[in-house]
Design a protein around this ligand. Sequence first.
Ligand SMILES: O=C(O)c1ccc(O)c(O)c1
Ligand SMILES: [Mg+2]
Length: 628
Amino acid sequence: MKTSIATVSISGNLREKLEAIAAAGFDGIEIFEQDFIADEGSPRDVGRMVRDHGLEIVLFQPFRDFEGLPEPLRAKAFDRAERKFDVMQELGTDLALFCSSCHPEALGGVDRAAADFHTLGERAAARGLRVGYEALAWGRHVNDHRDAWEIVRRADHPNIGLILDSFHTLGRKLSPESIRAIPGDRIFFVQLADAPAIEMDLLYWSRHFRNMPGEGDLAVTDFVRAIMATGYAGPISLEIFNDQFRGGNTKAIARDGYRSLMAVMDATRRAEPSLGIDLPAFPPPIRAEGVAFIEFATRGDEATELSALLTTLGFTHAARHRNKAVSLWQQGDIRIVLNEETEGYAASAWAARGTTVCDIGLQVASAADTITRASALGAELFSQPIGPGELQIPAIRGLSGSLLHFLDEGSGLERVWEVEFEAVEPAGTGTGLTRIDHLAQTMSYDNMLSWTLFYGTLFDIAKSPMVDVIDPDGLVRSQAVATPDGALRITLNGADSHRTLAGRFLSETFGAPLQHMALETADIFATADALAERGFESLPMSANYYADLAARFSLDPAVLERLKASNILYDADADGELFQIYSRAFAGGLFFEILQRKNGYKGYGAPNAPFRIAAQKRLTRAKGMPSA
Ligand SMILES: O=C(O)c1ccc(O)c(O)c1
Ligand SMILES: [Mg+2]
C-alpha cells in the first residue's frame, strides 16, 4: 500500500513540509498547487527536491471550475488545463485532481460534463497524463460521488477516472456502500479525512475543521472498507484542511497523520479480513489493564515534601531500588516511584521541570505486542543502559518527549519489583486506597487531538464526548479516554489560557505532563477518617458549595454534614454517585484526588471542577504564590 499526504495538511514552507512528511514515513505527497507556486524553485527543481526526500508526487491538485462551461469560458478552461499539464510534466507527476465546478456560469448536465472530460482525456493521453474527477460536497451541479462516477463512466476514457474523498461522502451523510459497485481500476485516487460532528456550512467545515481519521466522528473505516472492496490498489492519502494544523508543529502533525493512516487501514483489515489489504502484519489495538506505576523525578526538599504527603495518604515506603536512588511507595495496587537519580531520563526531567511525573508505567496484555504496534504506528522506542540484574522494560516515547513503560503478566516483567528492589516496610492497610482510577494530563488545547489519537490508536480505548470545564480565568476542555472495562482511564485537559490553573501549570512545565492522579477507595468516609488521623490536609471547600449540593440533590442532611466535615465533593449521574476528596497542590501545581464511584458512575465529576479549581486558586493566593 502506498501512503501519501496532501502538503496542505501541515504547516511550514514546502521544504519543511517535505522533510516532516518523509521523516514520518510517507511514500508520497499530493502537491497542493499553492505550496508549489510559493516556492522559488522551478517545477523541475521542486520535482527533484521531492524525489531527493525519497517521496513521489502522486497527485497534483486542485484544478477548479473545469466542466460544463459555455464558450468562450470553455476554451479558456481547456487552455488553462494545458498550462497545468505542462507544469505536471516538469514536476514529474502523471495525475491531476479536477474538483467539481463551483463556477456561477457552469451548466449542469451529466452528458455535457462527460463530453468535456472525454475531450480532456484525449488531451491528457497525448502527454501520458491522467485526470481524476472529485465531487466537492458543495459543487454547483455535482456534489455526490455517485454523480461524479456517472460522469466518469460516460466520459468513457482510460485517462479519466474518479477521485473519492471521505469528507465529501461522509460529510454529506451519503452512504459509502454505493462505492462497492465501482470497478477499482476506475478509481484513480483516494483521499481520507475525518471531522468532528458539528452542524455548520459544508464548505466552512471542510476548509477549517477536518482532522485525521480517528480524531473526528466520521465513519472513515466504513468508507475505506467500501473502497478496498472495489479492488482499488492506488495510494491512500490524507487531505486535511485544519486551521490548528496549519499553525501546528510540522513534524508532530505529520507523525499524527502517519499514525492515523496506519491505524485506519489496520482497523479496516480487521473489520473485513477478506479485503486482503497490503499492509505489514502488526498486533491489534492493545488491551490496557491499568496503571502499573507512576514515577516522579524529584530531589531534596521536594522529595521530602512528597514523601510526607504520600505518608499522610497512607502509602508505605515499601521498597528501595538495589542500584539506584529510587524508592517505591505502595498502597493496594498503587505504586508510586520516586526517582532521585542524577543521571538518565529522570534527571533530565527534573532539570527541566523540577518535581514532575517523568514516566508512566502501564499494565498491558502484552508488553512486546504494545511495542510492535507502537512502532508500526510510528512511535519512537526508548531505552537506556541498565545495571547488572536489571530488566529491560519495554518503553516508548509518548508525545512532547514523555515516556511510557509497559509491564505485563507472564513475560517475566511482572517480577521487576522483586528483582530490582529490596523490601523496606511491609505494606499496611493504609487509608483504603486500592488502585489508580484515572490519570489527568494537562496540555495546550492544540495538543488534545494528538494525544487522543495517540492513546486511541495504540490501545483498545474509546473517547467520551468533550466537556468544558470553567476555570475562573478561562476555559479548559476535557476529553476522557477509557478502556471498555474502565481499567485504564485518562483525562486530557486542554488549556488555552495561561491564567487557568491548567494553563499556569503548563507554562511552568512544558509538554503534556501528568497534573493529577485519582486514587480509588471503596469507602470514602472510612478513607476520610483514616486520612484525618494521619494529618492529611484536604482541599477546603466553601460552605456555598454544600448549600448548592443541598439544593441540587436530595441528600440526607446527616450525609451532607458528613461531606462538609471532610471536604468531600459529590456528584450523581443517571447511573450512580461520585465522592471526591482533593489534596492541596504540591511542587508547582501537582495534586492527588481520592474518589469513590458508586453504582457505575461513569464521569469524572466535571460539575465540581469549577469549585475545586476556585478552591485551589484561593489556597495558592493565601500562600502568597503568584496567582496569574
Ligand atoms: O476545499 C477545496 O476547495 C478542496 C479542494 C480539493 C479537494 O480535494 C477537496 O477535497 C477540497
Ligand atoms: Mg479532496
